[in-house]
Design a protein around this ligand. Structure first.
Ligand code: SF4
Length: 713
């Protein structure tokens, strides 16, 4: 749960998790095993099409939420079920408590329900009723007075020894730490609770409007006991669980367990239509209620951007693949809901105060977007929430300043040029010896680069190749780092392009792509900078706009159309601009069709870091690896596509997390035995190079373009 008052307190909490070796190693093992299990479960299926179908169906359901609710209510009530609608979490808890009072309930058994976590049901009612969780993980965390650390595996952060100690306390008997024996202890202890409880509370994964049916997807069978043994059954479900037909539910069921735990199907899938027979119930029937929770969902359904949040099926995959979650676990990477979706839902369900620190803890690696069962654009929504938080409160001074500077290209570039002189006292060749102390604190894990002697834009006219009968005409987009820090990367690309008869241009009015200010939640500066860049390039003059920076590429191609959506006067130009944007590797490989014969291939081992915005933002995966193999001996590293820990402003806000991610990345590269590595993004290169320098690792870090230009015959 989030109780930190500010970023400083939040960082202190994060450090506690980093010091937890057990948590770290468990998360590491899970993070490595999960993608393998998921890939096996989806084998032979067109995953992206399936996800797109789920997304479309969920969008359609969200649009008719009120009608589906009315239909469900009519159908369920025909079958003897009472259906309630709660506007707020508190109202939902009160409805259930009143049902319990009316039925003379003393003990409630519960199966796993994230919606009841959202309403904090146990906390709200346990002074009046005895509430017992029956899902193994939920029972464990209930006994420890904790919240879940994962939506599907709530006790993943605990070792078997911790559970054995806990169960020893509960049973007043020493328990073995063998997981199977511990499960038996839980089973024995919980059986008597089912038998003596008067009410069972479950969640619902699906609420089928055409039949008034609820569907429960579980692995332990406890939901069946909870929903059948006690004489009263209450299911608590968000309005987002409504689907029109069983067919819609089954479609989502194809994705949910596969994406959550890598299972083709869970051990139990239970469908309940109407109140069943029950010997101890009134008239021999079970008393059954379904409580639907709004809590902002209806408003969300009407929001053109945020309605996609209602596609979430709570599979937890966005946490499974999140490199930050992997480091710190769900107690720190969430409030009630965790992982990427937790950052968003916390803002809507639990308020700005709980979300304000949490929402900064996203490195924008896009791993969540790529895996989401509902195809939700989670990184975009997280960035938008940062902007909302900024707009709601006082904008931090550094955000305002950066926004103002970036909006003024001339001022920004003047400051960068000034950096060349200002850095002299602390310059150590291509690196700075250190930054001023207040910036240097916590940043010792990497060295920062110095500003280049001459910016690429200042050299361009003198190096621009003269190409007769040009095959293609391209404009280069440099981004700030390659323009002012690593111009040699741009020059390498120009050399390769010239050899292929490409005429290159460099429009001088281009500026920063705007991603840094967007990450800081400065909405207006993001729009202004995007508009400036679109206006700087006349799409009619170029076949392609090539960038060597994966982050810039993803921003220009994928994000600009959204960022500039409210500027209809730029709509056509933005579309043409974004369509022409291409990353260096795709351009060289797919458009120019470079061949191995063009290079003096060496047997030098070269490792690769797949930049997040290249492999996930632009979905470019094979091209850079093939290019490396044309010029050198490509050495595959473990977890090539996991983030290097840069994330722009993230690495400044959370240096302790950035450091761990960087160290893991460099350790994996080192293990290949390669003394050289390449990447497609100057931000990653800055991080990796700075990390090697600081840790004394003898690994040269270059851009893919430099490797190719060096080996060009
Ligand atoms: S946001 Fe997507 S990945 Fe995350 S829990 Fe929801 S459906 Fe799963």
């Amino acid at each position: 749960m989030q109780n930190a008052k500010n970023l400083k307190e939040y960082r202190a909490e994060l450090r506690e998790s980093l010091d937890n070796d057990f948590l770290r190693s468990t998360m590491d093992k899970f993070a490595v095993a999960y993608p393998v299990g998921r890939a096996n479960a989806f084998k032979g299926m067109d995953v992206q099409s399936l996800i797109a179908e789920v997304a479309d169906a969920k969008d359609a359901a969200a649009k008719q939420m009120d009608q589906l609710y009315a239909q469900f209510k009519a159908e369920a009530e025909k079958r003897g079920v009472k259906v309630h609608l709660a506007k707020t979490a508190q109202e939902a808890n009160e409805i259930i408590a009143q049902i319990a009072r009316d039925a003379g309930v003393k003990k409630i058994v519960k199966s796993k329900s994230m919606t009841s976590e959202e309403t904090q049901f146990n906390h709200q009612v346990e002074n009046e009723f005895e509430v017992v969780e029956t899902d193994l993980g939920e029972w464990i965390i209930q006994l420890r007075h904790e919240g879940p650390t994962h939506m599907v595996m709530p006790a993943i952060h605990l070792s078997r020894n911790q559970v054995a100690d806990l169960f020893s306390d509960v049973t007043k008997q020493k328990q073995d730490n063998d997981p199977q024996k511990l499960t038996k202890v839980a089973r024995r202890e919980l059986r008597k609770e089912y038998a003596t409880a008067e009410m069972g509370v479950t969640g619902a994964n699906f609420c089928v409007a055409s039949t008034g049916t609820i569907g429960l997807v579980t692995n332990e069978g406890n939901a069946r006991l909870v929903s059948t043994l006690p004489r009263v059954h209450v299911a608590l479900a968000g309005l987002d669980k409504l689907v029109p037909t069983m067919h819609d539910a089954l479609r989502t069921l194809k994705v949910l367990p596969r994406n959550a735990t890598g299972q083709a199907i869970t051990s139990y899938v239970t469908w309940i239509t109407g109140a069943n027979e029950c010997a101890t119930g009134p008239d021999g029937k079970k008393e059954m209620h379904i409580v639907f929770l709004d809590n902002g969902r209806r408003a969300m359904a009407d929001d053109p951007l945020y309605s996609q949040v209602l596609r979430c099926v709570r599979c937890g995959a966005c946490a499974n693949v999140c490199p930050v979650y992997r480091l710190v676990g769900g107690h720190k990477m969430g409030h009630i809901y965790i992982g990427a979706i937790g950052l968003i839902l916390t803002y809507f369900f639990h308020g700005s105060d709980k979300a304000k620190n949490l929402v900064h803890n996203c490195i924008n690696c896009e791993a969540c977007k790529n895996i989401c069962a509902g195809g939700i654009d989670l990184p975009r929504l997280i960035k938008d929430i940062r902007a909302r938080l900024n707009e709601e409160g006082d904008m931090p001074i550094e955000t305002t300043l950066l926004g103002k500077v970036l909006k003024n290209r001339k001022l920004f570039h003047t400051l960068l040029r000034f950096g060349k002189w200002a850095q002299k006292p602390v310059q150590d060749g291509p690196f700075l010896r250190h930054l001023p102390l207040m910036f240097m604190k916590d940043q010792g894990f990497r060295r920062f680069p110095s500003v280049a002697e001459k910016a690429f834009r200042d050299e361009f006219e003198s190096i621009k190749p003269k190409v007769a009968n040009a095959k293609l005409r391209v404009a280069l987009f440099a981004g700030c780092v390659q323009d002012f820090v690593y111009p040699e990367q741009m020059k390498a690309a120009v050399k390769l392009f010239a050899a292929h008869g490409v005429d290159v241009d460099f429009p001088m009015d281009q500026s920063c792509c705007g991603l840094p200010v967007q990450m800081m939640g400065e909405r207006q500066a993001t729009i202004d900078v995007a508009a400036q860049n679109v206006m700087a390039f006349d799409p009619a003059k170029y076949d392609y706009i090539v960038t060597l920076c994966a982050s810039c590429g993803s921003q220009l191609k994928e994000s600009y159309p959204n960022i500039l959506a409210d500027k209809p006067e730029l709509a056509i130009r933005t579309k043409q601009f974004s369509e022409r944007v291409i990353d260096f590797s795709s351009f060289a490989h797919d458009v120019l069709g470079v061949k191995a014969e063009e290079f003096n291939k060496s047997d030098e081992k070269v490792a690769y870091h797949a930049s997040c915005h290249l492999c996930r933002g632009l979905h470019v995966t094979e091209q850079p690896r093939n290019l490396i193999n044309m010029a050198a001996d490509y050495a595959k590293a473990e977890e090539e596509e996991v983030c290097c820990g840069f994330g722009g402003t993230f690495s400044v806000k959370f240096p302790e997390l950035s450091e761990k991610l960087l160290d893991k990345k460099l350790t994996n590269i080192e293990a290949t035995g390669a003394k050289k590595m390449v990447a497609d993004c100057p931000g990653c290169i800055m991080q990796l190079r700075g990390g090697c320098k600081s840790s004394g690792r003898d690994i040269e870090v270059r851009h893919v373009a430099e490797l190719l230009a060096d080996k060009l015959k």
